[in-house]
Design a protein around this ligand. Structure first.
Ligand code: F6R
Length: 364
């Protein structure tokens, strides 16, 4: 049942404020001031390192979470694509927590990577959407993301719920490890609770995003740029776009632009720049100016103040509600998803069942 939407993907995008809100409430303590995990939980003081492994969109959720775990909790983190991890056979030091992220919980490479860590890692954690899945069953602690069934092949609500749960886990790690005091934790959780309403507010601008997507649909190649927490989201935006619109899209860390990819810039290659006003905003917008100076057409995704500061220099600007930079990758997933969705609609491709792709990849 598409609930009045044209596609499952549109329905699942629209469900995000509700399911994100439910995931937050599931892991929030009764007084709203701390994070509570099910079962025996995990004590992050007993861990020296976190190793995260996943595929595709779930992998980009892990790359985002690496910034959170390292910056908030001071916990060194590795992130690997499962198909590489399992055959590289990396050493797993004893005080490592291994964390596997999977919507289906059945992805063959991710499951094989989990089995490789059995008996090596101090503990095996998973962040899954299907609680009875193989990956959940074979973990010491499985954390459900509570996104509900996801039918669209291109993952949307599972991604933002993965991010939500991973951020809450990073906040727990920060507090366990004495890196975040109780009041800062409570403040941050209060901001997180306001995220669903920011999502709803952002959805009111869906028409602007659709209009921008119709312009993107004419391109053959599109670049996505972001820095810091926005870099993994740029990768996710590029993946979403290529999966359902079949337009070639690549993401780069903004700072890498001048090390090669800038050679691609001309008026035929739109560049999507993800830039909330975080500590790296000036650096990202100066990369944006380099693109504009070479005739590139920039689609800037920022907030009102970001738009004002860049005085409409971009070809197109989409404005998002103001948000704490820590939470921006979750909120900015929405325009990334809607750009892909409306570009695919403009091109007439099959949004829910893109060619050559399966929802659950149970063979390697
Ligand atoms: C992207 C997408 C895939 C999956 C990947 C992992 O939209 O859906 O990249 O994210 O196949 O799947 P799970 O999360 O089920 O392990």
């Amino acid at each position: 049942d598409k609930g009045g939407h044209k596609h499952f993907m549109a329905k699942e995008i629209a469900e995000q404020p509700r399911v994100i809100g439910e995931a937050i409430m599931h892991y929030l303590s009764d007084d709203g001031r701390s994070v509570e995990l099910p079962g025996k939980g995990i004590d992050f003081t007993a861990i020296d390192r976190l190793s995260m492994v996943a595929c595709g969109t779930a992998y980009y959720a892990c790359v985002t979470a690496k910034y959170w775990f390292e910056q908030l909790a001071g916990l060194p983190c590795d992130v690997d694509v499962a198909s590489e991890f399992r055959y590289r056979e990396p050493p797993v030091p004893a005080r490592t927590a291994a964390l596997f992220v999977s919507q289906s919980g059945e992805t063959a490479d991710t499951l094989a990577a989990l089995r490789y860590c059995e008996g090596k890692a101090a503990t095996i954690l998973s962040v899954v959407n299907v609680p009875e899945s193989s990956i959940a069953r074979e973990s010491d602690l499985a954390l459900p993301i509570l996104a509900g069934t996801e039918i669209g092949v291109a993952s949307t609500k599972a991604f933002t719920c993965q991010l939500t749960v991973l951020l809450m886990l990073a906040l727990k790690a920060a507090s366990d490890r004495g890196r975040m005091d109780a009041d800062t934790l409570a403040d941050t959780l209060a901001k997180l609770r306001a995220l669903p309403s920011a999502f709803n507010a952002a959805m009111e601008d869906a028409d602007d995003i659709a209009a921008a997507a119709r312009k993107l649909a004419e391109a053959r190649d599109i670049l996505f740029l972001g820095r810091g927490l926005m870099y993994p989201l740029a990768m996710e935006g590029a993946l979403k776009l290529k999966e359902i619109s079949y337009i070639h899209a690549e993401a780069y860390a903004s700072g890498e632009l001048k090390h090669g990819p800038i050679a691609l810039i001309d008026k035929h290659v739109p560049v999507v720049v993800m830039a909330p006003r975080d500590a790296l905003f000036d650096k990202t917008t100066s990369n944006m100016q380099e693109v504009i100076a070479r005739g590139g057409r920039v689609l800037l995704i920022t907030d009102k103040e970001g738009k004002r500061i860049t005085h409409g220099d971009a070809w197109l600007t989409l404005t998002m509600p103001d948000i704490d930079p820590l939470l921006a990758p979750i909120l900015y997933a929405l325009p990334a998803q809607l750009l892909a969705y409306h570009t695919a609609i403009a091109k007439g491709t099959d949004v829910d069942q893109p060619r050559n792709l399966a929802k659950s990849v149970t063979v390697e």
